[in-house]
Design a protein around this ligand. Structure first.
Ligand code: IPD
Length: 288
């Protein structure tokens, strides 16, 4: 079933209905732009770091989403990947705040590897209200609204409920730091999970879509050091509403700005993974 923005099986309208519908429509429009750009030759990264790419399409999509939302909701605040890269501060206040990743999986996008998403999260009083993630190439629209469930193209999402790490499929992402000490820690964390006999560890190049796989029960856990609040905001609502757990790698509550996460189908699984991991320090989004 293709997403139309109208086929979401959502219950009766809530206080942020207009915002949610705007996010759905903008994610679908952004997805069209990204799909078209995937067929064109020019998807060159304008950044020099091999591990942290950005393209003209990232900027185009982010500008489109923010300008339309700002016009409709002038008092709202924004946190977005490319604005942050240009020096804008990531501060989550009590005001309604949009948290946006225009293209999650930019490296995939550059290489035409078909795992690319738009992610739009929305928080009020520092609480995540809804998340919209659009898998552009597979045309899958994932949504989650606090207290109202999580859906993919109108189908309700449920996590797997797996508690046993030795039966788990675990997803992760490498993160942008590639110095020898960081890579050693990254590989050793993966090794620890494989020693614990996880069925497998996968790296698909898009943290938001990996988190959506967890929400839909196609994977049992996710962990990462070095992701950002715009990779996590929308996905966190979707996972929680699908019955999953999102926590800090210390085992404590999620800190959206801490650049690290463990998410899992059950608290038991999340704690097993948190206990196995060694910390990789990426600083905080709100201190950059
Ligand atoms: C990145 C991707 C990558 C993950 C990074 C993210 P971007 O997002 O999801 O897989 O390892 O942490 O920041 O830069 O493609 O939007």
């Amino acid at each position: 079933m293709k997403p139309s923005g109208e086929d979401q099986a959502v219950p009766a309208a809530g206080p942020w209905e207009e915002c949610f519908q705007a996010a759905v429509q903008l994610a679908l429009r952004a997805g069209q732009i990204i799909r078209k750009a995937l067929t064109e030759e020019k998807r060159v990264s304008t950044k020099t770091s091999a591990a942290d790419l950005v393209t003209e399409t990232d900027h185009l999509v982010e500008d489109l989403i923010i300008s339309e939302l700002r016009e409709r909701f002038p008092s709202h605040r924004f946190i977005a990947e490319e604005a942050a890269a240009s020096g804008a501060k990531c501060v989550l206040t009590h005001s309604p705040t949009w948290i946006i990743d225009p293209i999650d999986g930019t490296c995939n996008f550059v290489h035409r590897f078909p795992t690319v998403a738009v992610s739009i999260g929305f928080a009020v009083r520092q609480e995540l209200e809804f998340g919209v993630i659009y898998h552009c190439t597979e045309e899958r629209l994932y949504t989650g609204r606090r207290g109202r469930g999580a859906f993919c193209n109108g189908q309700r999402l449920r996590v797997s409920g797996e508690t046993d790490l030795s039966k788990a499929l675990v997803l992760t992402e490498i993160g942008p730091k590639r110095d020898p000490a960081t890579l050693k820690l990254f590989l050793s964390n993966m090794e620890r999970l494989l020693h614990a006999k996880a069925h497998g560890v996968r790296v698909i190049g898009s943290s938001t879509l990996a988190l959506c796989h967890l929400a839909s029960g196609a994977a049992d856990a996710y962990y990462q050091f070095g992701l950002h609040c715009w990779d996590l905001a929308a996905a966190t609502v979707i996972i929680r509403e699908a019955g999953g757990i999102v926590i800090d790698t210390s085992g404590g509550p999620l800190d959206l700005m801490a650049c690290r996460v463990v998410a899992a189908s059950t608290r038991e699984m999340a704690m097993l993974i948190a206990q196995a991991l060694q910390t990789i320090n990426y600083g905080r989004d709100d201190e950059k």
